[in-house]
Design a binder for this molecule. Sequence first.
Ligand code: GDP
Length: 465
Amino acid sequence: PSSPKVSPLAKIPASKRVDVEAEYAKRSSEKAKLNMVVIGHVDAGKSTLMGHFLYALGQVSDKTIKKYEREAQKIGKSSFAYAWVLDETGEERSRGITMDIATNHFETKSKQFTLLDAPGHRDFIPNMISGAAQADVAILVVDATTGEFEAGFDANGQTKEHALLVRSLGVQQMIVAVNKLDVMDWSEARFEEIKAKLGTFLVQAGFRKSKLYFVPVSGLTGENLVSRSADTPLNQCEPFLIYESRFLDQFEPPMRPLDRPFRMAVSDFFKGGIGSSSGVSVAGRIDAGHVQVGEQVVAIPGGETGIVKTMQVNDETANWGAAGDSCLMTLTGLDIMQLSSGTVLCTPSNVVPVTSHFEAQIVVFDIKVPITSGFPVILHHQSLNEPASVVKLVAIIDKSTGEIIKKNPRHLSKGSTATVRIKLANRPIPLETFKDNKDLGRVMLRKGGETVAAGVVTQILSFGS
Ligand code: GDP
């Protein structure tokens, strides 16, 4: 017998219930919150640039920087001191590579940014995907020195791949930091050359020209980053990463799907609670809707329910969280065995579909071997990666008009847009159409360590169809 639907808020006394939409509206009158990802080829200077910036903003103490400078000198790499602000583990330091997504916060006049640092090394792209999946805006760092811009921009460089990745993950607004111009004597010709080449590519990749901001900088000296470059042809340029930054302030805040059913894709979980030993804790970003302490949620797949006991939102204790928030919460009544990477927490009355077969519209990247029916891939969805294959090529589509160019194509070559059917090899996963959920409706296809395509879910197909 079906029992009448009980509100997920039933366990919370009426006096303690939070009117989340009203609270959210209050919060929205405060500074808009944006997540920013820093991308670019390895050694482009991402860590140095962001480290210098955070230092200049006062986020890092003089004492810490002095310590980093001493340590860096000891190993003969004094220029690494700023980069260490972002690279926190010893292994990363000795290799000089940023491996994980370290988060940092900073503010401008009208915005609050959470900085998701992205690794530049090729092997680390899967990590970057999970960071970029949370990004609203991006900074693309390119090395302007002779030969280095070109190396990052060629077929094996990550400049293009990263840009395509963030665009296909929904990032529409981007600052392009043309970096290391100190080495190039602040050559205006070099800056314009890079701007023209990269600009053409980025527009082809689907960015709008008006949403791209090119700035000449040196992350090392800080010129045009936090101070104006002196005596150079480019000295008219406004420093971009400063508190009053016109560049950072003109990023438009994203629309958060607050009125949609609650969804939170779990990126991490562990036994024990925040500040106590009972319960299980889960971390992730709220993709849609909202949740509050005392509310009942359900873990999909599995369907096991739990009650939210305590929460931290954007690193602070809170009693509610909403779409766009990074959230750590402790749940009671939920067995940790019911959680796995890829779990999505939902509201009990409306849960995310679970499927192993779906239709997607994809953009094919710079690939050497065309995609044919049966093509095996690793499917990246949120923080999950699963073996899958492209089982059917439905149609090739005109990127600008959306019209079908060719039905049942035999293969898909680089640059094409197409509708395909994808089947997971091992297990079904929670997945939604892009129309229903912009975060849970995106996928990335990789093969042999390279990204071959990215796209959006257009239809959930039932098993075996
Ligand atoms: P990442 O791999 O993109 O994070 O790059 P890093 O920040 O680790 O920098 C790579 C190398 O370039 C380091 O040796 C830095 O000192 C150097 N570097 C970074 N930014 C600049 C810059 O603006 N000018 C100069 N001359 N060197 C820089």
